[in-house]
Structure formats: C-alpha cells, structure tokens
Design a protein around this ligand. Structure first.
Ligand code: CP3
Length: 345
C-alpha cells in the first residue's frame, strides 16, 4: 500500500473502501492519561512548539486505537503569532488573546509574518509524524477558517453570542474585510506549507460559523473561505470543510469549497447527501456526548450514523465536534472497532 492509497484518503476521494474509515476530532487530548501526564510537565503551547513532543502527542491515540487518520497536534490560534497577536491558554478557561481587535486601527496594526518561519515547528512536527506513521493511516493538517479565527481575535476568548465580532462586521465592514483578508492570507500560506511538509489532507475548522445568518455568511465570510480552498486546489488532496450548526447554509458552505463536508449531529447524513447531490464526500456525525452513554445506547447511535451513510462511497466516520475531556477511553475504542466491523464490505 502506498501512502496515498489508505482507506481514509480513498473514502475522501469517494473511491471504494474495504470498510468505513474513522478518526475523531481532538483525538489527542485530556481524555487520554498519557496526554495528561505530558501536560503535567508542559503547557499546551510548549507541546505545540516542540516538534518531538507534538509528534508524540499526535501519535498517542494512534497507538491505542486502530484509527485511519492522525491529525497534527497544534491549535487554530497558533497563526495569531504571524499577525503579531499575543495569547495564552489560561488554565481551565481556554484561550485569552491579549489585545483583541475591536476597531479599524487595531486591524491596521496587525503584522503579516511568514508561517514558514514563525510556525516552522509545526512543519517539522508534520515531517516527524509522517516519518513514523503507518502507511495505513493518513496525516491531516489543519487551520481555523477565517471567520472562527477572526472571532477569537475580536472577542479575545470564546464567546456565547459573538457580539463584538458581529459589531465589527456590521459597523465597520471595511475593517472586517481587511481583517479577513489578513487572516486568510496567513492561513493559506500556512496550509500550503503544511502540505509541502507532508500533510495528506487538510481540514479547515469553521467551528463557530453557525452563529451567522445565511446572508451574512455569504456576504462576509464565504469569499474568504473560498479563497483558501481555491488556493489549495492545485495540490489535489482532500480538503475537509468543517462547521457546526451549519444546517441553514450547508449548500453555500460547500460552494465555498472543500471535497469533504464535515457536519454535526444536528443534521441527518441522508439529508446532507440529498442536499449536496453527492458532489462531495461527507464526514461525521456522532454526538460527542453519545460516547458517555451506556454501551447499547452508544451502539445504536453508531448504527444510526452508518445506516444513514448506507455504505455509500465517500463517508468518513467522525464526531460532529471534538472529543470531550471526560470521555471514557473504552467507549472510543469500541466505536473504532464497531465502525470497521459493521461497515465491512
Ligand atoms: O487531536 C487534535 O484534534 C489535534 C489538536 C487540536 C487542538 N486544537 C489542541 C488543543 C485541534 C485540531 C485544535 C483545534 C481547535 N482549537 C479548534 C477547532 C476545533 C473545535 O473544537 O471547534 C478551536 C476552536 C480551538 C481553540 C481552542 N484551543 C480552545 C477553545 C481551547 C480550550 C478549550 C478546551 O478544550 O480546553 C483550546 C485548547 C486546546 N487545544 C486543547 C487541546 C488538546 C485543550 C487541552 C489542554 O489544555 O491541554
């Protein structure tokens, strides 16, 4: 088997597979004891910035489970460095950006660094992981989509109602435009560098885009996400477009780009295939909370996802959003086995 012929990449390309591939968003993280152990000694940013440690964390879930893809251990906020923004992960609180962008002057002061230099450690980690990963598993690179990254830059942390983000968009549309252009430019360069370092697929995380109404998505976000996908086309690798709460503008999100659409549990997969007319592969969409349930309840929910996929070409089994820190490890292991066994062709 050559590296490009593995189950995950075949499914992304809508080719025939022996069984449905499976991986989990946030599969490296606090629900694993071996991750928590490393975190006692290092901060999250230290883990990201040391290619050996990032490699180790990336491979931790691969050693435990029969996963079909690894995702490089990094964070969507790392490219903020290239924009000259300082941030930290405050214990138990999530990200804090030190001087959030609130108006046109703040946008002007952003720098345009080079991800190949500022984030060279991620690229090195990709090379190290690819050197050790089994050829049966693919390596996924990633970045945050412009909207989701901009929302952190503007709010300074996670937000419930995205008040500041929408205010900048509505009151200062030119500054919004300029900010999205700067974020997109850095993101595109960063993703190209990841592919050149060995990433075999890319996922663009638009985690919070579902807070928008469809018109605003079209007017203020779509062109920027599209620019990134267009810029990556030349590499001809799978491009996964992820969002949550995107049921109201799924079609327009898909038109922005991506060869695999990743959806959450609020949508039925059958509806996704029908609405997208089989143009792309589909990733998803078990509710991460299902992993906390008893075995029979969990098995039913896994079956339902597989039933809705009906063994179609182009299904990648995943969660609808990331694994939660308290997730029971044995349930993760069971889901990987079930997906492979139950979908065996
Ligand atoms: O295994 C993997 O999925 C790869 C690693 C990865 C991380 N962050 C490491 C991380 C990935 C793919 C991300 C993406 C990311 N980061 C997203 C998009 C995906 C999503 O969940 O919507 C977002 C929105 C972020 C921003 C971010 N990073 C937040 C909001 C937080 C705090 C919330 C939390 O879970 O604690 C982080 C911290 C972070 N990034 C952790 C990990 C493993 C938390 C664990 C820790 O502190 O050790």
């Amino acid at each position: 088997m050559t590296g490009n012929d593995c189950r995950f990449l075949r499914a992304c390309r809508k080719e025939e597979v022996d069984c449905t591939p499976v991986w989990f968003m946030r599969q490296a993280g606090r629900y694993l004891a071996e991750y928590r152990k490393l975190r006692e000694k290092h901060t999250l940013l230290e883990l990201c910035a040391d290619p050996e440690l990032a490699k180790e964390v990336t491979l931790q879930p691969m050693r435990r489970f029969d996963l079909d893809a690894a995702i490089i251990f990094a964070d969507i906020l790392l490219p903020l460095k290239c924009l000259g923004l300082d941030f930290e992960f405050a214990a138990g609180e999530g990200p804090r950006i030190h001087h959030p962008v609130r108006g046109p002057q703040d946008v002007e002061r952003l720098s345009a660094g080079d991800p190949r230099q500022d984030l060279s450690f991620v690229l090195e980690a990709i090379r190290l992981v690819r050197g050790e990963l089994s050829p049966k598993a693919a390596l996924i690179g990633f970045a945050g989509a412009p909207f989701t990254v901009a929302s952190y830059i503007i709010e300074g942390s996670y937000s419930r109602n995205f008040l500041q983000t929408k205010l900048l968009m509505y009151k200062h549309p030119e500054a919004w435009q300029a900010l999205m252009e700067k974020v997109s430019e850095v993101t595109l360069k960063y993703l190209k560098a990841q592919i050149e370092a060995g990433a075999q697929a890319i996922q663009l995380f638009d985690s919070w885009v579902g807070c928008l109404q469809p018109d605003d998505y079209r007017d203020y976000v779509w062109p920027h996400s599209r620019r990134i996908f267009e810029g990556l086309k030349e590499y001809s690798i799978p491009l996964i477009h992820f969002g949550t709460g995107t049921a109201t503008f799924l079609e327009s999100m898909q038109e922005a780009g991506g060869t695999v659409m990743s959806v959450d549990w609020r949508l039925d997969l059958e509806e996704v295939w029908r609405r997208l007319e089989n143009r792309v592969a589909v990733q998803g969409n078990l509710d991460p909370v299902a992993l906390f349930g008893d075995r029979s309840g969990l098995e039913k929910r896994v079956d339902r996802v597989l039933d809705q996929a009906q063994g179609r070409r182009g299904h990648v089994f995943n969660l609808g959003h990331g694994i939660l820190p308290q997730t029971p490890v044995e349930n993760v292991e069971a889901v990987v086995e079930w997906v492979h066994e139950k979908s065996r062709r």
